[in-house]
Design a protein around this ligand. Sequence first.
Ligand SMILES: Cc1cc2nc3c(=O)[nH]c(=O)nc-3n(C[C@H](O)[C@H](O)[C@H](O)COP(=O)(O)OP(=O)(O)OC[C@H]3O[C@@H](n4cnc5c(N)ncnc54)[C@H](O)[C@@H]3O)c2cc1C
Length: 391
Amino acid sequence: MSGIMDSYDVVVVGAGPAGAAAAFVCAEQGLRTLVLEKSTFPRDKLCGGFLTDKAIRLISSTFQVSLQDMQGAGLFEYEAHRYGLYFKGARIAEDLFDHPFRFVRRTTFDAYLLEVARSAGADISFGDAVVECEPEHGVVHTEGGKSYQASYVVACDGVNSRLRKQLPDDRFDPEAWRDRLATGFEVSVPRSECMPDLDHPRIFFGYLRNGYCWAFPRSDEIVLGAGGLNRANMGTFRERFLDYLAELEVPACCFSEVKGHPIPCGNYLTQPVWRRLLLAGDAAGFADSLLGEGIYYAILSGAHAAQAVKNGPQDPEAVATEYIKQINADVVPPLKYWDAKARMLYRGMNVPVLGPWAVKTIVTWKKKKLFSRISDGLPKEQLQAYVDDNG
Ligand SMILES: Cc1cc2nc3c(=O)[nH]c(=O)nc-3n(C[C@H](O)[C@H](O)[C@H](O)COP(=O)(O)OP(=O)(O)OC[C@H]3O[C@@H](n4cnc5c(N)ncnc54)[C@H](O)[C@@H]3O)c2cc1C
């Protein structure tokens, strides 16, 4: 513990949505809070940038900003009430969301949330990665040779989290994590080059196994992406995505711009805490297996970590118990639910010939509109009943 530079109540590692939420809630409660971010903001993050209605409501309640504040800050690149579902090139369904999907650019969105946290009193340090953590003592060390001590460290350092490795074997199994990992590929194409009139999101099944492709509109460009389970698309993932782009007649010169990034779908950790270290967001595997939605769960878990810290500042065991309780009440049940639905959907989708019919049946079952349910969030009682029945 030599060379400690400064001490805080809380050090948050990573300034994505999870880190901004943890920092805001801590700073708001008067805790001395430092965010350590390895890049310099504004920075981009590979992401489709869709925000469900439940995510918008959560941002409002967590960061104390209204929808009008967000609109006024120019956060939303696009709003869509309609969506289309396709099996390869053929449309299988088109419907309206009960509430619109909204699309953000992560450069502006993440910078906005972080600024709200900064305004609440959080200190922010950019451009220096955390390379080591001592969970027992709440100490972190950075690449630049600095060290900080805090009552708690909240690791929001994303899907490739370094700090996650500090969890004991029974809380994090790297092999199981790798086995369940998904990848997302994306490229942004100017509207002049592709789908110039697209005014609503389209989801395409059938190109990937255990995953889907998408076309999301922005004002000046279309975000084309693919996300799916690695082990189901072994070695063919990129090629399948390029096939999809070719079918949309995306110019080949755009292919070199394709980027990929892991998504921790189905990887949710149920005890993402050790000593004075708490993990939130992608670092803890909180992204849903059906759509790959992660922003909502990042904010929810970041805020829960901060609440737990606030409620038991001097007692790491009480903080751990509280955080695990909240995560397993609020975050894990919907992830489990969507994991089961994703498995059902993809099992149906992978059946030869019947795939399109199976997908259509599942997503429109009893007119319950699967995508609207993802967007709105499931009622607590329904989730509770699901957990009671399925463990
Ligand atoms: C292709 C793709 C498309 C997606 N589309 C959507 C979507 O449309 N909607 C949705 O809800 N979700 C989507 N997701 C998932 C979503 O992007 C993530 O779930 C979300 O960003 C998680 O937020 P986070 O704060 O946990 O992590 P991140 O947003 O990854 O932020 C982590 C931060 O930690 C910093 N960091 C990392 N290591 C260190 C370190 N050692 N020291 C200091 N700082 C560090 C990083 O620079 C980064 O700023 C998508 C993911 C992918 C890959």
